[in-house]
Each structure stands twice: as C-alpha cells, then as structure tokens.
Design a protein around this ligand. Structure first.
Ligand SMILES: Nc1ncnc2c1ncn2[C@@H]1O[C@H](COP(=O)(O)OP(=O)(O)O)[C@@H](O)[C@H]1O
Ligand SMILES: [Mg+2]
Length: 391
C-alpha cells in the first residue's frame, strides 16, 4: 500500500471514513451511475482492497421476488450463478437499510456487492499505452482478448448475454489476469426466440442489428463488441465513434459495407452507400494475418455468420499463448515493447504524412479551380469587349 492510500484509509482531513458492514472502510468513489456508486474500500479484517458496488433504492418488495427484480438485482443473481476465472467474483454482499418515515414497506434498501479490487480497467490500460506512444505488444493483446473470450464463452454456454462488453468493463490485474465486470445489463437467453429492449450496449460497441432497432438480437452482439475491443487494443482508439445511433450505423456501414446477400439491410445500404470495401490490412498494418481473420469473423455485419464465442476461443490467433503463464507472457511483452514503440512512431509519421498529402491535394485542387475561374473570366471579358458581342 502506498502512502497516499495509507492516508486515505486512516483519516481524511479529520473526518472518520465511513465503515460499511463493520469491516469495509470506504476510500474513494470510482464511478457513479444511475443505479448507485462504485467505491474502492479497504477490508480491515482481511487487510486487502476491495471494490464495493452500491445499488441504491431497492424496496423490500423487490428483494423478495425475482419477478420484480431490477436490472442490478439481475447482476447480483447472474454473478451468483457464474464461477469462472475470467468473470469477476462476488466475494461478499450485504444490505444497508435506511428506514424512511412514510411507510414501512417503502423502506429503502441499498444492496452492496463486494468484489476483489482489480488494479485497472482495459480503458485505462489502452490509454496508458497511448500516453507512452507505443502500441500494445501483440502477446498482451492475445492474452487479454483470449481471457475475455473465455469469460464470454462461459456466459454464453450458461445462457447469458453480457450486453455491455467494452474496455471500461474489463478489469486487468497488475499480473495481466483479466476479469469481465459489470454484468448489470446481462440477460438470460433461452432457446426460444426472445425479444429484448433495443440499444443496451454502449453506442460505440453496438452492432448494426441493435442500431436498427431490432429486438430479437442474440449472443452475437457480444462478439461484435469483442471485435470492437480487439480493434481498439490494436489501434489504441475506438473503431466506430458515432455521436448518435444513425451516425454510429453510418460509420459502421461506411467502413465495412454491407454484404450484398444480406437483404435485411437493403434500405441502410442505399442510405449510406459504402464507398469502397474495408481494407483490414491497411487499417491494421501490424496485425498478422491470423489476427485479421479473427477480427473479420468478429466484425461480421451479419450476426448469423459472425464467429461464435466457441469459434473465437478455438481460433489459431490464440495458439501461441494457450500454454504460456502470465509471467512468460510478460517476459515476451518486454521483448516486443521496443518494436511496438517504433511501429507507433512509424505509423504516426505515416498518418501525419497522409494528412499533409491530403491537405496539399486539396490546396492544389483549390488553386486549379481558381485558375480555371480566372481563365474563364478573362475569356468572358475579351468576348464582351469584342465587336461581335453586341450583335
Ligand atoms: N472489482 C473492481 N476493482 C476495481 N475497479 C472496479 C471493479 N469493478 C468496477 N471497477 C471500476 O468501476 C467502474 C464502474 O464499475 P461497473 O461495474 O462497470 O459499474 P457501472 O455500471 O457504473 O459501469 C469500472 O469501469 C471500473 O473502472
Ligand atoms: Mg461499467
């Protein structure tokens, strides 16, 4: 524990920090959402950091039956039914009751879910590489992606869809162990055709079938999001950054196109008219052929042809890391890091050169038009000045 964390635990400007359930000392808020708040805390009985997700304003009635369970009660029950190395584990749970004066049945209950504290999320991990001006070593990309795939596979075989796969919901320990977190939007699926609320997944990671307001989407939505996360790890920036649903759909279609045999989206094809087929090799210049193949399989526009979690898990891209320990992966990553920095600088240079080239081309085009305009003007003027003009 470092000094600032020590300070946080023992005292904060003379205030005694809040202790929950007699053993969790709240240190700081990590995130706030509509459901409540996520805190870093310290377990004073076991001397370790934990993460507490507080879900506010449940009524006793809601706790009593599944039928009325809220979205976040769903997270709690799904977490309790999954046990996998790559899915965050619920290590404790308790309720905090806050009686309200109006009516006993309306008593406010806060559910607190306790997890092991994991050092960082994938969003921060990616941003740190960007700050260092280096791509992520390929071996890390393989290891992280493989662990996410294993966690998602576990959810899918148990009949759950995560529905919010994105870097901020993927936690990574200092050793490189990955845990999928935030099952707040997860849903159970049955064999029967089911309909769901459209548009759960965070916009940038949402597949076309969700943007098209469809409600009968499948587990394939998680694989699309995985593809977006994969691409983001490679490029250090999100693949499709729309501001709203139509813009998100347009960005996907403009980039990837829509397969002609896929008649569901004829209207979208006409509307957005992709310019040219997406060139994976040019857009991911440092990703080897097996990685490109996996990425293409994950980012298939057609959900019924998109890779399944099983196909992803068995893909040859992961062959290299399946038998390696996290320590061995870290060692290989060290060896790859110098090249990753070179690649980053080389590619940045290319991007800058490209920008400059486009600017120059635009400037040339502007000058050419100006010249043409001036020539035409001169012609008009000389025509106007000629004696035949009046006739
Ligand atoms: N077990 C944990 N250890 C450390 N940080 C966590 C943990 N769980 C969540 N966080 C952090 O809190 C953030 C929000 O948690 P999350 O479960 O995703 O809730 P939300 O529904 O608010 O997105 C995550 O993006 C992550 O940075
Ligand atoms: Mg989240």
């Amino acid at each position: 524990m470092n000094q600032s964390q020590q300070r946080n635990i023992h005292n904060q400007g003379g205030q005694i920090p809040q202790i929950l359930n007699g053993k969790y000392r709240i240190l700081q808020a990590l995130a706030t959402g509509s459901y409540g708040c996520v805190y870093q805390a310290y377990d004073i009985t076991q001397n370790k950091f934990v993460c507490i997700k507080k879900i506010k304003r449940l009524t006793i009635h809601q706790i009593g039956g599944y039928g009325t369970a809220t979205q976040n009660m769903r997270e709690y029950s799904i977490l309790n039914s999954l046990n996998h190395d790559n899915i965050i584990k619920l290590i404790d749970q308790f309720y905090v009751k806050k009686p309200q004066d109006q009516c006993e049945n309306q008593e406010n209950i806060t559910l607190c879910m306790v997890f092991d504290y994991i050092d960082q999320n994938l969003d921060i991990f990616i941003k740190n590489f960007e700050k260092k001006k280096s791509y992520i070593p390929l071996i890390y990309i393989k290891s992280i992606l493989y662990q996410i795939v294993l966690g998602i596979y576990e959810m899918h075989v148990n009949g759950f869809i995560h529905r919010d796969v994105k870097p901020a919901n993927i936690l990574i320990s200092a050793q490189g162990q990955v845990k999928i977190a935030d099952l707040g939007l997860a849903r159970q699926v049955t064999q029967k055709r089911q309909t769901f609320t459209p548009g759960w997944i965070t916009l940038w990671y949402r597949p076309l079938e969700m943007l098209n307001n469809q409600t009968n989407y499948t587990k394939a939505v998680d694989i699309w999001s995985l593809g977006c996360v994969f691409g983001e790890m490679v490029r250090l920036m999100p693949l499709f950054r729309g501001q709203n649903e139509p813009e998100q759909a347009s960005k996907i279609i403009q980039s990837l196109g829509i397969p002609t045999e896929f008649s569901d989206y004829n209207c979208l094809r006409e509307k957005y008219n992709p310019e040219q087929p997406f060139n994976y090799e040019r857009n991911f210049p440092y990703l080897p052929e097996d990685g490109i193949d996996l990425l293409k399989g994950m980012l298939n526009i057609n959900p019924s042809q998109r890779f399944t979690a099983k196909q992803c898990k068995e893909h040859r891209f992961f062959d290299q890391i399946k038998d390696l320990s996290l320590e061995e992966i870290n060692q290989i990553a060290q060896k790859q890091s110098e090249q990753c920095q070179k690649n980053y600088l080389e590619n940045q240079k290319k991007i800058e050169e490209n920008k400059l080239r486009i600017q120059q081309e635009q400037e040339q085009q502007r000058l050419k038009l100006l010249q043409q305009y001036q020539q035409n003007r001169q012609k008009c003027e000389s025509l106007e000045a000629s004696p035949e003009y009046d006739l």
